[in-house]
Design a protein around this ligand. Sequence first.
Ligand SMILES: Cc1ncc(COP(=O)(O)O)c(C=O)c1O
Length: 396
Amino acid sequence: MELSQRAKRLAPSATLAVTAKAKELKAQGKPVIAFGAGEPDFDSPNSAVEAAYAAIKAGHTHYTVSNGIPELRKAVCEYYERQIGLKYDPAEVVIDSGAKPLLYEVLACLINPGDEVIVPTPAWVSYVEQIHLCDGVTVEFDTTKTDYIPDPKQLEKVITPKTKCIMLNTPNNPTGAVYDVATLKAIAALAVKHKIAILYDEIYERMIYGDAKHENIVSLYPEARDFTILINGVSKAFAMTGWRIGYALGPKEFMKVLNDLKGHINTNATSIAQYAATGALQGAEADVQIMVKAFASRRELITKLLQAMPHITVFEPKGAFYAWFNVEKTFGKSWEGKKITSDSDFCALLLEAKYIGAVPGSAFMGPGNVRLSYACSEEDITQGMKRLHEFLDELK
Ligand SMILES: Cc1ncc(COP(=O)(O)O)c(C=O)c1O
């Protein structure tokens, strides 16, 4: 069977690949500690589970309207008003099976072949693949030298007449960077000036630590509202990855087209999961706060342990649940005769030597770095970091 050019261009998800390899070793009885997966290790909140039970018992097991049940769209609007201070109308909300398909569907509504999409890098693995699936061109904008925050003055230089959209993700996966007010305002102003759409992925909006604060670009710069699609969901904040519920908020006319497109793809997100998400948004605030507190203390622990290690440079994360560090000083060194020449080598050897699963930064367009997810227990963090420290000590 002859594959399409589009399918041939696809690169498999590196995070899923690391998770699969770690699971394979675990199945062989190896003492693997996986820091690969980007999902909270907590159970979904009781209010979500109860709402799902009630939905099944009430027979809510049929197709729903494609943009999402009115209860959930209303709950999303109430949440946005309460948490972010932004008013949206339920007609400006589209629900789908996770933020991931929504990002793709928004791009599919925006991009013509050859259109350019600016992606500040390092960035989440799926952005680039989704742009390519839409026959768009990714314009990578490296943020490494500016503490992973895009410099708006430099950013303006990569805008061309073909630029259609910019994808922003704060708190950021993979770096844990949190964009500041001035940067966001300046980027919003650029988008308005050049008539560029902003895809604002704030899925980690609740995972924020220390004195950092999450800002919403539309709240900061209301003139950008007509150009902005906000992306969020219950996966991270409510530990509901498996339920597959995400939401997009944006201008009504655009959301109508988005809904038409998504309706042809999956009709609706699972009815029961939509009720569960409604339950979470309405009744799980206490659970969210407990989880965020746990993440905050894990962040401190992992950062402190990483900072004490040789050969690596650690970026202090302000949000999300990832630790990000540079391993370039290990290049040229060896472990038991096996030489490290890249971040991929580093991660492959670390798994082989110490059964630690980590994701190479090149998967996020951040070569020379490594990402660890700290959405795991403090025992695993302590034990895992002990093994990583040993690994680094053993390099020759
Ligand atoms: C930056 C970012 N956006 C979106 C998603 C997708 O989340 P969902 O589970 O809602 O599809 C993820 C998941 O890892 C993510 O890291």
